[in-house]
Write a protein that binds this ligand. Structure first.
Ligand code: FEO
Length: 394
C-alpha cells in the first residue's frame, strides 16, 4: 500500500467504501459511496485520530503497519462516538494495549455505552493540548456538530484541522484531496451532506466557525472524516458552511410531488412553466422515483419549495411521507413554500402538506392550488399563474 502523507508526519490511514449506498438507516442515499478517514500522527509519540467503520478495520491496520507497528500507538483521539468512526476502537485497543484514549466527557460516556469496555480514557476540553514531540494537538469541543460528543482536533504546527464529520462529503474517490476530484461533484456532495446532517444545527455551525476564526489559528488544511481533504482551498468549504448556516439561498424552486392518475403531475408541470416564465429556475422531482435526501440537498440553495400530492384517504400519498418527515426534522427555515394537488370527493392532501411545511418552520407563501379530478385547460392556466405568483414572491 502506498503511504499517503497529508502533511508532515501525518498520514491518512482510512478506507474508501465504494459500495455503500445508504447512511443513517436509509435516510441518506450515498450514490457515490464514502470514505472513513482516520489519521496517524507520527512523532516522538504516536497518535491515531479516529478509526474506521469496523468492516474496514483490516484496511486501516494495513495502512498503519506500512508506517509503524500498531502496538506503538500511544494515543487514540476519538473526535466522535458514531459507529462509522468508532467501531474499530476495540480492535485498536487490542493492537495498542498501552494507548490512552482521548475525547470529550460525552465521548467517554458514549463509547462506554456502545462498546461496554474499560478504557484508559483522558477527558479533554476546548484549549487542552497534547504534546507529541515536535507536534502539538489542540482540542476544540464541538457539541452537536453533529452529536453531543463531537470534537475537532487541531495539529498546531501543521495548521491542520481534523473536524471529523464537519466539512465532510459522502464521496468515494481514488484521490484523497479536493484538487483530485471534480469540483462540482465535490461541492454538490458537500451541500447534500450539510443539508441532510447539519441543517437543523446551523446556528451552532455559525457559532463554532466564528469561535474558530476568533481563535486566530492558521488553517492550511481541513481533513474531515468522510470524503476528500481540503488542501487546495480550505476556506472554500468554510465559506460555504457560513453561507449555508446563515440560510443564504438562491432564487430557485424545488417542486416535489407524487401523482395517482396524472392530474397532480399535469399541475406540477404547469406550475413549473409559470415559475420559469418569470425567469426563475425550477426543478421537478417525482417521488418515489427521486430520492428524498437528494431533494433536501437541492433545497439547501433554493428559496422556494412546492409540494404536491393527489389526495388519498383524505391525506397525502404515502410516498410523500418520508420527505415531509425529513423536512419536519431538518427545519429548512427562511424558505417560502406552498402546496398543490388534485382530489376527488374530499380534499385533505394539501392541508396535510401545509401543516408539515409549517412544522418545518417554512412560511406558506400562498393558499394551496387545488383541482377536482382532472384539470381543465382553464385550471391548468391557473396553475401557470400560481407558479408565476409564487416565483414573484421569492
Ligand atoms: Fe456522525 Fe460520520 O458519523
Amino acid at each position: 500500500m502506498t503511504k499517503i502523507e497529508i502533511s508532515d508526519g501525518v498520514f491518512w490511514v482510512g478506507a474508501v467504501d465504494w459500495d455503500v449506498r445508504n447512511f443513517h438507516g436509509f435516510s441518506y442515499t450515498t450514490h457515490r459511496g464514502t470514505s472513513y478517514n482516520a489519521y496517524l500522527i507520527v512523532d516522538e509519540k504516536i497518535a491515531l485520530v479516529d478509526t474506521v467503520y469496523k468492516p474496514f478495520s483490516d484496511e486501516m491496520f494495513d495502512r498503519i503497519r506500512e508506517i509503524v507497528d500498531p502496538s506503538r500507538i500511544d494515543y487514540v483521539v476519538m473526535n466522535h462516538v458514531e459507529t462509522d468512526h468508532s467501531s474499530s476502537l476495540t480492535e485498536v485497543m487490542k493492537a495498542a494495549p498501552r494507548a490512552k484514549v482521548l475525547g470529550t466527557a460525552r465521548c467517554k460516556a458514549g463509547l462506554e455505552k456502545h462498546y461496554f469496555c474499560k478504557m484508559d480514557f483522558q477527558t479533554v476540553k476546548t484549549g487542552d493540548e497534547l504534546r507529541l514531540g515536535r507536534k502539538t494537538l489542540m482540542f476544540i469541543e464541538a457539541p452537536m456538530l453533529h452529536w453531543p460528543d463531537s470534537m475537532f482536533t487541531y495539529v498546531k504546527e501543521e495548521g491542520l484541522l481534523l473536524p471529523n464529520d464537519a466539512f465532510g462529503q459522502h464521496l468515494a474517490s481514488s484521490g484523497r484531496f479536493d484538487d483530485q476530484v471534480d469540483s462540482h461533484v465535490l461541492m454538490e456532495e458537500a451541500a447534500k451532506y450539510y443539508a441532510n446532517i447539519l441543517l437543523p444545527l446551523s446556528p451552532l455551525v455559525k457559532k463554532k466557525i466564528d469561535e474558530i476564526v476568533g481563535m486566530k489559528i492558521p488553517i492550511k488544511t481541513i481533513a474531515p472524516s468522510h470524503g476528500v481533504i481540503w488542501r487546495k482551498d480550505p476556506m472554500k468549504i468554510v465559506e460555504a458552511y457560513l453561507r449555508w448556516s446563515t440560510g443564504a439561498t438562491e432564487k430557485r424552486v424545488v417542486i416535489a410531488y407524487d401523482t395517482m392518475w396524472g392530474s397532480t403531475e399535469r399541475m406540477a408541470r404547469a406550475i413549473l412553466e409559470g415559475i420559469s416564465s418569470e425567469g426563475v429556475d425550477a426543478r421537478l422531482y417525482r417521488l418515489p422515483y427521486s430520492d428524498t435526501s437528494d431533494i433536501i440537498g437541492e433545497l439547501l440553495n433554493s428559496r422556494g419549495l412546492l409540494v404536491g400530492s393527489s389526495t388519498i384517504n383524505n391525506g397525502i400519498l404515502p410516498t410523500l411521507a418520508p420527505l415531509l418527515t425529513d423536512l419536519r426534522g431538518l427545519k429548512p427555515k427562511g424558505r417560502l413554500a406552498a402546496a398543490f394537488g388534485s382530489y376527488g370527493w374530499m380534499g385533505g392532501a394539501t392541508e396535510e402538506i401545509e401543516a408539515a411545511l409549517r412544522e418545518a418552520g417554512m412560511e406558506i407563501a400562498m393558499p394551496a392550488m387545488k383541482v377536482n379530478w382532472v384539470p381543465t385547460e382553464e385550471e391548468l392556466k391557473q396553475c401557470v399563474s400560481f407558479g408565476r405568483e409564487f416565483a414573484r414572491k421569492l
